[in-house]
Design a protein around this ligand. Structure first.
Ligand code: DNO
Length: 406
């Protein structure tokens, strides 16, 4: 596995020097400042590449931009409205420009309106650190009583609705606005940041878009861009819905193994692949991560290693972001499957036999606390995750265990 690290650009509190000290081998980044739908020009791409190549003292960093996360898909493309055809042309052009700069792995997602969603960004843990959390009752309280979305009540089980009613009655104004902020104002990497009215307007655009319609729009996107990526020697990889279930009445179509199997079949080429995010998928008990890696691995082009702890046995429920080795996903079994897949590809002579992974998210611990990094992206918590994952990889690579690191 290629050990990569997400970097949000020059304003990221984790610097190039930090990444080098962490032993990172490659960088995951994006042109976050370019509006969704616009072309990523060769100049902008080259500027980002240059920024990465130098340390504070001017010496070479030795690390390169290896994965794009994300080249965002516009709402117009998801809805097939407005400028969607032009946005597709821009997407292909951005892929060409990235290919010319030597960048082959491109992550994106197909979640309507909201990207990833949490209700708490600083949930206090017993050890004194903090993590992100998704509280289903808080989310229901937001949807039913703050956003006041028509039909919201019917989308939750009755016990959740009554718990949300009680929760909302006790909520301070400060908590109400923090909760709204956490949910809709955009977490790092999200393409859009919005107001409550903005969300209502976006939601109404999906009134007539069923899950099946969204799937068919998704296939149109894939049919357009993935053969193009294949021709360029690139690999697209779709990030799962986070959390992997429908929110705010919006369709979500990339939440389960069946969704991925369907997507791969819909356009059956290598460039139409997967970002296996163990944290996103892992918040559903019916997603078996090591099994998914085994069965879908042929087209897994990027891996996010992260763990969550589910707080109930229900299919949909609350969860928090656990330590990388401590949640509900068996991380050792998952890493073993990724290494098996790499060995299989190597034996086949595939040039993409090394799969980039990044330690995804991390708890805020030690000096992370109060440092106000991007939510979910503290330096020390992530470094701890990387170190733990690296330990597993290292042990598996040892000849006595019989798995070879590609
Ligand atoms: C959160 C991330 C997401 C992800 C996008 C991919 O940490 O996993 O923001 O980058 O959904 O398109």
């Amino acid at each position: 596995m290629r050990q990569t690290w997400r970097w949000f650009g020059p304003r990221d509190l984790a610097s190039i020097d930090d990444m080098v000290q962490a032993g990172v081998e490659g960088v995951v980044t994006a042109l976050h400042h370019v509006p969704t739908g616009a072309v990523w020009t060769p100049v902008e791409i080259a500027t980002r590449q240059q920024q990465l190549r130098v340390m504070k003292d001017g010496s070479p960093s030795g690390i390169e931009w290896e994965v794009v996360e994300s080249l965002p898909v516009s709402e117009d493309i998801k809805k097939q409205k407005g400028d969607w055809r032009q946005h597709l042309a821009h997407y292909r052009e951005s892929l060409d420009n990235l290919a010319a700069a030597g960048i082959e792995t491109i992550c994106y997602n197909f979640m309507p309106v909201l990207d990833w969603t949490r209700t708490d960004l600083n949930h206090k843990l017993r050890h004194g650190g903090t993590c992100m959390r998704f509280d289903y009752v808080d989310f229901a309280a937001f949807d039913i009583f703050i956003l006041e979305r028509a039909g919201a009540r019917e989308d939750f089980p009755a016990d959740v609705v009554s718990a949300a009613e009680r929760r909302f009655a006790e909520m301070s104004d400060a908590r109400k606005s923090a909760l709204s902020g956490n949910i809709v104002f955009g977490l790092p990497g999200a393409a859009e940041t919005m107001t409550l009215d903005g969300v209502r307007a976006h939601l109404s655009e999906y009134d007539n878009i069923s899950a099946d319609q969204l799937r068919s729009n998704f296939v149109a996107f894939l049919e357009d861009v993935s053969p193009h990526a294949e021709k360029n020697g690139q690999r697209l990889c779709c990030h799962p819905d986070d959390p992997p279930f429908a929110l705010l009445g919006l369709p979500r179509v990339m939440s389960t193994e069946a969704d991925y199997a369907w997507m791969m079949k819909a356009v059956d080429i290598n460039a139409n692949g997967i970002t296996l995010c163990s944290g996103s998928l892992g918040s559903r008990p019916d997603n078996d991560l090591p099994g998914m890696m085994k069965r879908l691995g042929d087209r897994v082009h990027f891996v996010h290693l992260r763990n969550v702890k589910r707080e109930s046995d229900a299919l949909i429920g609350s969860f928090y972001e656990a330590e990388h080795l401590n949640g509900d996903t068996d991380m050792v079994a998952l890493v073993a499957e990724v290494l098996n897949e790499e060995a299989r590809r190597k034996a086949e002579g595939r040039r993409d036999h090394q799969i980039p992974m990044r330690p995804d998210h991390g708890q805020d611990i030690l000096d992370d606390l109060g440092r106000k990094a991007q939510p979910g992206y503290p330096t020390i918590g992530r470094l701890r995750g990387l170190a733990e994952l690296r330990g597993i990889m290292h042990a598996f690579a040892h000849p006595t265990l019989g798995l070879t690191r590609a």
